[in-house]
Design a protein around this ligand. Structure first.
Ligand code: NAP
Length: 265
């Protein structure tokens, strides 16, 4: 099993690395770990290699930089061959309010990381994965979107817009990749306990621990689900959110708690 994961230094990406290491504990398993904080990646690499008899390769990078992703993908492919699975989990979430000029930079950063970052992650792997799929190998691209992309959440315009864009982009890609036999899975998590949600002061319904979520995500990936909401209870919330007419949405959402506005680097 060969997996390449962005956002591997924390939260969902890190939990996914643990889940793959546990599931595929053998010397043929290679996990590529990418994120900006190299010391976190090094620690994770040491722990996974020591505990699970697998190999990890680390790629300290910013997903906004397409050139470094091309270099990382080329290095991974040269050393280990095409990955079976590439997971784009790198993402940021900050509350934004368009009425404040100082939030414009945060808006741009959220879009760049959560949307263009996904494109930058997948693009350099596609050709090698297409060839691997022709040889009968598994080839799958996985994007971590969010239930926040189903409707526009107040106070989170950038995050909701970025995740709506991610969902639409991944759907386009899914159809484009059909003739290459590369499967696309969109995962829309509800609330998962990670540093991203630790700063939320409001109640988070159906909050799920990251290790349990990662187990369910990998099950969905292995079933080659096209689109899945996890936990399942949030799947019903997402279905309802889609059906609500705008006038009712305004009424229901107007008093919703806002995510804290933080500086996004
Ligand atoms: N937690 C939830 O409830 C939830 C719900 C729905 C969707 N999601 C999505 O799940 C994904 C993972 O979130 P999480 O909860 O695991 O948050 P997290 O613990 O804050 O992890 C975010 C990860 O993304 C990486 N990252 C951020 N900006 C990056 C950049 N410019 N370049 C490279 N890596 C970058 C971070 O690493 P570095 O800082 O080291 O770069 C970190 O590894 C995100 O896409 C998020 O939107 C989360």
């Amino acid at each position: 099993m060969k997996v390449f994961i962005t956002g591997a230094s924390s939260g969902i990406g890190e939990a996914l690395a643990y889940e793959y290491a546990k599931r595929y504990q053998n010397e043929n398993t290679i996990i590529g770990l990418a994120a900006r904080r190299s010391e976190h990646l090094q620690l994770l690499q040491q722990t996974l290699e020591a505990c699970y008899n697998i190999k990890c390769a680390i790629y300290p990078l910013d997903v906004r930089d397409s050139a470094v992703l091309v270099a990382a993908a080329n290095e991974f492919i040269q050393q280990y061959g095409a990955p079976n699975i590439v997971i784009g989990s790198a993402g940021v979430s900050s509350g934004t309010l368009t009425e404040y000029a100082e939030d414009t930079n945060a808006f741009q950063a959220v879009m760049d990381i959560n949307v263009t970052g996904l494109v930058n992650t997948f693009q350099p792997f596609i050709n090698a994965m297409r060839l691997a799929a022709q040889r009968g190998e598994t080839a799958q691209l996985v994007g971590i979107a969010s239930v926040a992309g189903i409707r526009g959440l107040p106070g989170a315009g950038a995050y909701s817009a970025s995740k709506a864009a991610a969902i639409a982009y991944l759907e386009s890609l899914r159809v484009e990749m059909l003739h290459h036999n590369i499967a696309i899975t969109t995962i829309a998590p509800g609330y998962i306990r990670t540093p991203m949600t630790d700063i939320n002061t409001y109640k988070m319904p159906f909050l799920m621990d990251a290790d349990i979520a990662a187990h369910k995500f990998v099950n969905a990936i292995e079933r080659k689900k096209r689109f899945v909401v996890i936990p399942w209870q949030m799947g019903w919330v997402a279905r309802l959110m889609r059906l609500i007419p705008p006038v009712l949405w305004d009424f229901l959402a107007k008093n919703a708690p806002h995510k804290p506005r933080i500086d996004v680097q």
